[in-house]
Write a protein that binds this ligand. Structure first.
Ligand SMILES: C[S@@+](CC[C@H](N)C(=O)[O-])C[C@H]1O[C@@H](n2cnc3c(N)ncnc32)[C@H](O)[C@@H]1O
Length: 268
């Protein structure tokens, strides 16, 4: 991808995730496993009170705020979507329980942070979307202090496993289109100069998410049938979505698709 194409892809992705449709389907947490999985990753990363944490591609800031409260740390969230970044800022101000969070509209692949100052970097369900993953890991290593930890959770797709029909909005919502295999993420981290410390399979969370998604899509389709009997051209994917969800579920069961947590350390 050349640079203008990359910028367009990032804007489209940000527009999709801050859309009402994504909110209706996914809620405020835009990754499998919700806050329970985020906190599990935070514990694996050993986040300490007072740490400075960066949440790359933070969406509406739900994880950043939860991590700040759970681990008593300060979190800087970086998000490409201006609407999502603004919502994150507003939510942090309005939340009944205070969090030490700061939100910046920016490119997580070029985080606007000083080098070697961050104790821990979190990146949930977003590395799979970044067009230049090795460069993103290089940037993560750059902002981390020596001994700092990188917690990555993401969709994994074993080579050649993705069905053709997932090259659409459902594939994008599920972060499948450009995801790596388990070995692919391991190589990405180690070739990026990080020391891999832990990894865990959390693929069951995809099954839970798919079940939830299937229920919500069923309701959307039923409502659509009553209110607007013919699907608009840009809603065609809705008709195929239930079959695709069944197909993806089978891929998870077969071990071809999953969701994994990785923690790697910047060598001291
Ligand atoms: C699947 S959502 C995950 C959001 C959040 N990390 C979470 O788990 O709830 C992916 C997010 O990445 C953002 N994004 C994609 N590319 C980005 C980039 N280069 N810089 C910053 N944000 C980006 C999208 O706008 C979207 O909010």
């Amino acid at each position: 991808m050349n640079l203008p194409e990359e910028a367009i892809a990032k804007s489209c992705c940000a527009d999709l995730y801050q859309s009402d449709l994504a909110r209706m389907i996914l809620g405020d947490t835009l990754h499998p496993g919700g806050m329970a999985l985020t906190n599990r990753l935070g514990r694996m990363m050993g986040i300490q009170p007072g740490d400075w944490v960066a949440d790359l591609a933070c969406g509406r800031g739900t994880s950043a705020m939860a991590v700040s409260r759970a681990f008593h740390c300060k979190v800087v969230g970086i998000e490409f979507g201006s609407g999502a970044a603004a919502e994150a800022r507003a939510s942090a101000l309005e939340a009944p329980i205070r969090s030490e969070t700061f939100f910046v509209r920016g490119d997580a692949e070029q985080p606007p942070l000083r080098s070697s100052v961050i104790d821990a970097v979190l990146c949930e369900c977003s590395m799979s979307i970044f067009p230049d993953k090795p460069s993103a890991v290089k940037q993560v290593k750059g902002v981390l202090r020596p001994g700092g930890r990188f917690g990555l959770s993401d969709v994994t797709v074993e080579p050649g496993s993705l069905p053709q029909g997932l090259n659409n909005v459902v594939g994008q919502v599920l972060c499948l289109a450009d995801a790596l295999s388990v070995a692919g993420y391991e190589n990405l981290l180690t070739h990026g100069g990080m020391k891999l410390q832990h990894q865990e399979d959390a693929s069951d969370e995809i099954i839970n998410l798919l079940d939830d998604l299937a229920g919500k899509l069923g309701m959307i389709l039923a409502w659509q049938k009553v209110s607007q009997p013919t699907l608009a051209a840009d809603q065609d994917w809705l008709r195929d979505a239930p079959d695709l969800i069944t197909e993806v579920r089978q891929l998870v069961t077969d071990g071809k698709l999953g969701y994994w947590l990785f923690v790697a350390e910047k060598p001291a």
